[in-house]
Design a protein around this ligand. Structure first.
Ligand code: NAD
Ligand code: DAU
Length: 352
């Protein structure tokens, strides 16, 4: 077994689905708190797959995590669970500290205890893979080189500060206890099952619903976009071949200004689902107040993972964004559940 945390979220959900598509792969215990960002509809296709065991719970719950490790004896933990939205972290940072820092600390401690009791061969094989973000490195100017793994940590938002803190804990558990960790720092993901509070799904759904497409500030902030399936394949590579104690940057070699991303989506929608009035979705673009402390540019140098592990993204931005827009057009039921909030009914059905 492997233990995945946060596997009902956007990236964790894609990871679980991709992993279980491979017939020979081991089963997954999926521990997820089902916050607003957790959505079991994403995993609906696994309803009858006995290799997927879903557990509703918190990575900060020591009793639960200890029990799961003892019962299922996983050979690896992949920690996706987090509060992940920068804007939410500005309005309410407490949950980010609780889950991203204290939760990761608890997971590390429970896992270390479990790992200490393993046989020598299981101990050697065990991995704790921590999924992190490029935002820990701070903001780049237009001319700075892209982030490498040796960049210093300069987080600027409560979200990135909480992720940076968790990365430091993971690093310290390796150096102090010899606990077998790897960390990956990835750039902005996009793709299927993305909760529509983040830029790309928000713009697709707002466009289709005739709503404004909000651009923060001047729209010239740059992100390095990676298709989520490529992030999942990189994690599989690092889990299989990554060197213990190392960090690997993962990115798409796809730097784009936000306004360019939004216009690209509008042009694809103009082609695939034209507005009934014949106008372009670009007309719905609206400039709004900037995000406080908004980082100007992120860019990942993904050279190390390519040199050492042979990983490169399969999708370009053009192919990935087209697939993504098409996915949102093809999956009205998933979208309706998210937009109406009915995806959360599962909780009351299951636990009342
Ligand atoms: P998400 O917000 O879509 O999903 C997070 C999941 O974690 C949800 O299912 C949620 O219910 C679960 N969760 C939250 N708190 C929990 C807790 N205390 N215990 C158990 N489960 C909990 O996030 P995402 O976009 O899928 O990101 C996954 C990971 O990847 C995060 O660690 C994030 O920092 C990192 N990351 C995200 C991106 C991106 O572009 N989305 C890029 C790089 C790194
Ligand atoms: O870089 C990796 C990070 O990418 C991850 O660690 C985070 O979990 C993930 O949420 C993402 O963070 P961002 O803040 O970059 O993503 P978001 O989609 O919120 O915003 C992308 C850019 O678009 C950012 O510059 C802010 C801008 N934006 C966002 C929204 C929601 C807008 O202009 N308008 C919007 O309405």
């Amino acid at each position: 077994m492997i233990l995945v945390t946060g596997g009902a979220g956007f990236i964790g959900g894609n990871f679980v689905l991709d992993w279980l598509k491979v017939p020979g792969n081991e089963g997954i215990i999926n521990l997820d708190k089902l916050t607003y960002a957790g959505n079991l509809a994403t995993l609906a296709s696994l309803k009858d797959d006995l290799r997927h065991i879903f557990v509703h719970g918190d990575i900060g719950d020591q009793v639960l995590v200890t029990r799961l490790l003892k019962e299922y004896q996983p050979r690896a933990i992949i920690n996706f669970a987090a509060e992940s939205h920068v804007d939410r972290s500005i309005h309410g940072p407490a949950e980010f500290v609780t889950t991203n820092i204290v939760g990761t600390f608890n997971l590390l401690e429970c896992a270390r205890e479990y790992w200490s009791g393993l046989s020598a061969s299981s101990k050697n094989a065990f991995r704790f893979h921590h999924v992190s973000t490029d935002e820990v490195y701070g903001s780049l100017s237009a001319t700075d080189p892209a982030f490498t793994e040796t960049n210093s940590y300069e987080p600027n938002s409560p979200y990135s500060a909480s992720k940076a803190a968790s990365d430091h804990l993971v690093r310290a558990w390796f150096h102090t206890y010899g606990f077998p960790v790897v960390t990956t720092n990835c750039s902005n993901n996009y793709g299927p099952y993305h909760f529509p509070e983040k830029l790309i799904p928000l713009v697709i759904l707002n466009a289709l619903n005739g709503k404004p497409l909000p651009i923060y500030g001047d729209g010239q902030q740059i992100r390095d976009w990676l298709y989520v399936g490529d992030h999942c394949s990189a994690i599989r590579e690092v889990l299989a071949k990554g060197k213990l104690g190392e960090t690997y940057n993962i990115g798409g070699w796809n730097e784009k200004a936000n306004i360019e991303v939004v216009k690209t989506i509008c042009i694809i929608l103009d082609e695939l689902k034209p507005r009934i009035d014949g106008k372009s979705y670009i007309d719905q673009i609206t400039y709004v107040k900037d995000r406080p402390g908004h980082d100007r540019r992120y860019a990942i140098d993904a050279g190390k993972i390519e040199r050492e592990l042979g990983w490169r993204p399969a999708e370009t931005f053009d192919t990935g964004i087209r697939k993504t827009v098409q996915w949102y057009l093809d999956n009205p039921v998933w979208i309706e559940g998210v937009v109406s909030g009915s995806y959360r009914d599962w909780l009351s059905k299951q636990y009342n």
